[in-house]
Design a binder for this molecule. Structure first.
Ligand SMILES: [Zn+2]
Length: 298
């Protein structure tokens, strides 16, 4: 069963893995392959973040926040896209990267922490504990692990350069940070809100589908005076999309638990759960999430 779970999580979390292992054969990605969305004069998002096609999937959305003292990156994409990411950041600003924030542990969000020299790396304390277990941060790469961690909240910088980090509990992993740029009225959610489909709940890194609705409710309530939400792997969203995602997850978890209690199989629970009432939602990952809810509730 443990082996099955491990294989399962590879399938779920690493559309990334295929890209990660491919660079020897695949041509080196270039900055031209990375799309950029300008949200403010001092905040850009490097996208090309939709999984599915290893040739174009570069890892999660990366924010480039330009402050007086340097650039803060939120997340660092897949390792194979390191040079492309460096070049793309340089095309946006001549300022050096001085700080990296990791929204969570996965390699498509932490893959290039080592490409910017020795900078401050900030993450939730559980994310640091998860990253310590990753081969990518073993031996001399351990210097690129988070140098600053937090438990519930952390404030970095002041005034227009300020960033707030919040933690609301287990969801995609047990270390998902919500990042707020208060002066810009923008928030970044990482893979707690990756897309309009069921999430991956990475139990090997402390994630929980059952806890997801409560964690999302906390996160959604914290999004005050926010106009734009940067999700993990899809185009820009609004606070109302996060609130809808919370309702979707509450619905998915309660229907799955009710189906389980009624003795239904995962297939039957999946057949009974329609995403039709959530406009624009897919159900490509719904069955896997229901399976996780069953597994968590045994
Ligand atoms: Zn992830």
């Amino acid at each position: 069963m443990k082996r099955l779970l491990t294989l399962g999580s590879i399938v779920i979390f690493g559309a990334s893995l295929a890209a990660y292992q491919a660079p020897a054969q695949a041509p080196t990605p270039t900055a031209a392959q990375l799309d950029v969305v300008k949200l403010k004069d001092n905040l850009y998002v490097i996208t090309s973040s939709t999984p599915g096609n290893p040739a174009t999937f570069s890892g999660g959305n990366v924010s480039v926040f330009i402050t007086d003292s340097g650039v803060t990156l939120v997340d660092t994409k897949l390792a194979a896209w390191g040079q492309a990411l460096l070049d793309k950041v340089k095309s946006i600003t001549p300022k050096p990267v001085t700080t990296i924030v990791n929204t969570h542990t996965h390699g498509d969000h932490t893959g290039n922490n080592d490409k910017f020299g020795k900078v401050e790396v900030i993450a939730h304390e559980n994310t640091k504990a998860n990253m310590v277990k990753m081969p990518a941060f073993a031996a001399d790469k351990a210097q690129f692990l988070p140098s600053k961690t937090f438990t519930n909240t952390l404030t970095v910088g002041t005034g227009k350069d300020q960033i707030l980090l919040h933690y609301f509990g287990a969801a995609h992993t047990n270390g998902d940070a919500v990042i707020i740029f208060p002066a810009l009225r923008i928030a970044q959610m990482g893979d707690m809100f990756a897309w309009k489909d069921a999430p991956g709940c990475d139990r090997n890194n402390g994630g929980s589908c059952v806890a997801y609705p409560k964690t999302l409710a906390g996160a959604a309530a914290s999004l005050k005076n926010i106009d734009i939400v940067i999700p993990g792997h899809s185009p820009m969203m609004k606070v109302s999309d996060v609130q809808e995602y919370q309702r979707f997850m509450a619905d998915l978890v309660s229907s799955s638990l009710a189906a389980m209690k009624a003795g239904k199989t995962v297939d039957e629970a999946f057949a009974a759960f329609s995403v039709a009432k959530y406009p624009g939602y897919k159900n490509e990952r719904v069955k896997a999430a229901i399976q996780t809810i069953y597994d968590e509730s045994k």
